[in-house]
Structures are given as C-alpha cells and as structure tokens.
Design a protein around this ligand. Structure first.
Ligand code: NAD
Length: 452
C-alpha cells in the first residue's frame, strides 16, 4: 500500500507551488541494509545530563559524526539531553541550542530531547522546567518540515543510561517515520538485566528479534500482516493468528514469512487455552504477543444495537483481557523479557462520530495496559500500546473521499501512515532491550491534531 494519493503526487510536481498546494514530504523508511543514521547528529546537553556521552559514542559507532554545534552540513538528527535541566536559565540555554540546530535539520530529520520525570524533580522550578519540555516538543513537531519529527523521552532518575538505548535507536532511525510529537516515559528496566554484548552483537541492528517467538492476532491482512512481515524481517519466528474465515490470507502471511498459522477466533471461550497450548507445544514458549485483531461496527449511539456493541467490545477488548490474564497465570508460556503490545487507536483517545463502541473498546485497551503494567513487571515482562492514527489500509481506503482526505491531512506530516509504521513501532516495543518501556501508549499518527 502506498501513501502516494493524488494530492501527494500533485504536491510534488512543479505546478504545485503555482496552485498553492501544500507539500507532502516523502518520508524516509527503513530498508534492510540501510545505515541507521543518514548524516551527522548534533548531540549536546544542558545541565548535568548523563545521556550525551553514550549517545555520542553510539552515533560514532554507526559511522557518523557526532557534532556539538551546527556547521555547514545538513544534520540527520539533533539530540539534546535536558535531563539535568532544572532552572529557567537551563531552559533558555536549550532554546539557544535548538533554534540554530533546527535550521540545519535535513529531510526526515530527527529531533530527540531527553528530559527528567517532573514528579521526581526537587522543587517547583525543576518540575516546571521538566514539564515544559512537553509543550516544547509538541510545538517543535508542528513547526518542523520535510518529514522531520520531534519526540521526547522522559527518563526516570534511577534508570541507567542504557535504559534508553533501544528508544534512541528507534527515534533516530527511519523506523520511526510516522511517530511524531510523542512523549515516552522510560523507567528502570523490568525483568532480567540483559548483557549488552549478548543482546546487541549476535543479533545486530538488522535482526533485533532473532531467537524470539512472536504471536500476531489478525495477521491475515492489513496492519496485522505488516506486523507479521516486519517482526519476521527482524528475525522473529512468527505465529500468525486469524479467524478460520480468513484462512487463505492467513496461510499467505505465514508462507511469505516462513511462520506458522493458527486459525482461531480470539473471542471463543477456549481461545486463550488453545493459543497458549499451541505456543507451549509447538514453540516451547512465547516472547512477544501482539494483540492486533480488531473490528468496527459503526453506528450512531442512538441506533446502536446490542450486537454491534458486544461484538466490537468482545474482539477489541474482551479477548485481549482474557488472553493477558492467561499469560499472567502461573506456568504460562510467557518467557523472561516477555513483551505484550496492544493495538489501540486514535479513536480511543479523541473519540469519533459513529464509533461509541469502537472508541470505548480502544480507550479500554489503554486502561487495561496501564492496570496490567505492574503485574507484567512482576513477571519480568512489559505491556504497552500503540495507537495508530490514519493508516492507509483497505479500511481507510473505503472511507468517503472527503473524510479520507481530511483524515490524511490533519497531522504534522500531512499524510497518512503506512501499516509498516505501526509494525516498526511494535518491533521497537517488542525488543528485549525495551524493558524500560512499560504501560506506555505510543501514537503512530504523524502528530495528528485529533485528540492531541
Ligand atoms: P483489518 O480489518 O484489515 O484486519 C483485522 C484482522 O483481524 C482481519 O484479518 C480479521 O479477520 C481479524 N479478526 C477480526 N476478528 C477476529 C477474531 N475474533 N479473531 C481473530 N482474528 C480476528 O483491520 P486493520 O485496518 O489492519 O486494523 C488492525 C488493527 O489496527 C485493529 O485493531 C484496528 O482497530 C487498528 N487500527 C487501524 C487503523 C487504520 O487506520 N486502519 C487505525 C487505528 C487502529
């Protein structure tokens, strides 16, 4: 599926300017073999930041220059460690760094700030400065052009610098093409500490999920099929799950990626047991569970039937709850450093006309993730959600043209996302090294204005 609709194509022609058409930037996306960084990265800090040094080392390891001031060359990225910024003077210093730096940010550039948890700050000024970074990053996201993104990592004061490694890699790379204006909290990693040498070297940046078993529900088509493809590309053995009626598409997905197919209606009473038995018997356990299957049965609330309400709640929320309870039960096949990623939706955050059932289910997913995060942490595992905005799929392709055009444009990147953008975000949350991310909701929406 391409995001090149008519307006996008037109906006890239010479006559576009003449007619005042907005420019739709072409986003850089990850292809195997591509370097992680496409140019020099400005890395600096204000105050006593502990991240600038390891991030500088990481940029150099990737074969790029880490600079502390903008020069002549366009920058691939700008990283400012503000975790030690506690005063308004520190904030003013950040502005002095950022203003000239953003002028040098290249197409699909990456601006990443690291800040402290406001709740852990000592004193009102420090808490205010930490919180101010949210307003700062969301405004920068709206100002950047040419496919550049801006995101903020809020890091717990007790987390070691390595806790942010997988997030820095994701946000600086082309894998995060459609994740913009997000604030992600990074805590002390849960579960067993993984030796970085063991984690990074054998698997490498190209196959970060090698040796991991992943389940993807709703994998016969759409976003689920893209998730299965992406996790397999990154080295995971994938179990693709979908209803028997979607058997053909399911077999296609499984064959394409050398995975296995499991025909299962996730709302069936025995579904959690059948899924867990399959994982234990055929794969010896599971490392990553992606709850992607979802349905819509839109109607205005005044005309909503019990059946439309119940079926949407059952697939989108009820099944995730029962399967997660089964994964938490003693003796479940969920292994150490287990990762659960649930697909929510922008509708669950912003609400949507005609979608009381769908939006309730997707907001419910967010509530479930937050409530279950400490329980999964006790098992050395994490649970997070992704909330896609407008993604180019068959579903959005069937929308009336007016609604579709509006959906595509009301975001900072001026276009819809692709299924692979959701998949890449899940791949990042699914990495063993992402143990510092728990109970998070990451929107994959190009910084949509809806629900922001
Ligand atoms: P889709 O309809 O193309 O695919 C959903 C898949 O889930 C289908 O293959 C379907 O057979 C499967 N499924 C449905 N009920 C099932 C059940 N009971 N058991 C097992 N499998 C079942 O949808 P999509 O657009 O690819 O969306 C995937 C997920 O992303 C959904 O959770 C959806 O709500 C969410 N989402 C999509 C968008 C978008 O723009 N397309 C935006 C936000 C969120």
């Amino acid at each position: 599926m391409s995001s090149d609709d008519l307006l996008t194509t037109l906006s890239r022609t010479p006559i576009a300017k003449q007619f005042g058409l907005p420019t739709v930037p072409k986003l850089r996306r990850h292809s195997p073999g591509d370097p992680l960084l496409a140019g020099p990265v400005l890395v600096t800090s204000v105050g006593d930041g502990r991240f600038a040094k390891p991030i500088t080392a990481f940029v150099e390891e990737q074969g790029q220059n880490a600079v502390t001031e903008p020069g002549e060359e366009k920058l691939h990225g700008v990283v400012v460690d503000l975790s030690g910024a506690t005063t308004l003077a520190d904030l003013a210093a950040a502005q002095q760094i950022l203003s000239p730096a953003v002028k040098k940010l290249g197409p699909s550039g990456r601006l990443l700030l690291l800040g402290a948890e406001p709740s852990g700050a000592s004193g009102a000024e420090a808490a205010a400065v930490a919180q101010s970074l949210e307003g700062l990053i969301r405004s920068i996201g709206k100002e950047l052009r040419f496919g550049a993104t801006a995101n903020l990592l809020v890091v717990d004061g007790d987390a070691a610098p390595s806790a942010v490694d997988s997030s820095v890699r994701f946000f600086l790379s082309a894998r995060s093409a459609y994740v913009d204006g997000q604030v992600v909290h990074v805590g002390v990693p849960v579960g067993p500490t993984l030796d970085p040498a063991e984690v990074d070297d054998p698997r490498g940046e190209e196959r970060p999920l090698a040796g991991r078993v992943a389940v993807v529900t709703g994998a016969a088509r759409g976003i689920g099929a893209a998730i299965a493809d992406t996790l397999a590309r990154d080295g995971a053995s994938v179990v693709a799950v979908d209803v028997p009626a979607a058997g053909e598409g399911l077999a296609r997905t499984a064959n394409r990626i050398g995975g296995t197919a499991l025909q299962l209606d996730i709302t069936a009473d025995d579904a959690p047991q059948r899924l867990l038995d399959h994982l234990a018997e055929r794969h010896g356990g599971v490392d990553l569970v992606v709850h992607n299957a979802g349905i819509t049965r839109d109607k205005l609330l005044a005309n909503m039937t019990e059946d439309r309400w119940n079926s949407v709640l059952a697939v989108n929320l009820g099944a995730q709850l029962t399967i997660n309870e089964a994964l938490l039960a003693p003796g479940s096949p969920l292994r150490d450093a287990g990762r659960i990623v649930c697909v929510s939706s922008q509708s669950g955050i912003a609400g949507n006309r005609g979608q009381t059932n769908y939006a309730s289910s997707k907001a419910g997913v967010i509530g479930m993730v937050r409530a279950m995060a400490p329980r999964f942490a006790e098992r050395g595992a994490t649970i997070n959600a992704v909330a896609p905005g407008f993604i180019e799929t068959e579903m959005t392709g069937r929308m009336p043209i007016g609604t579709r055009e509006a959906g595509r444009r009301v975001n900072s990147l001026k276009q819809g996302g692709l299924p692979v953008d959701v998949a890449e975000t899940i791949g990042w949350l699914g990495r063993a090294e992402s143990g510092g991310l728990n109970g998070q909701v990451v929107r994959v929406c190009g910084q949509s204005m809806l629900g922001a």
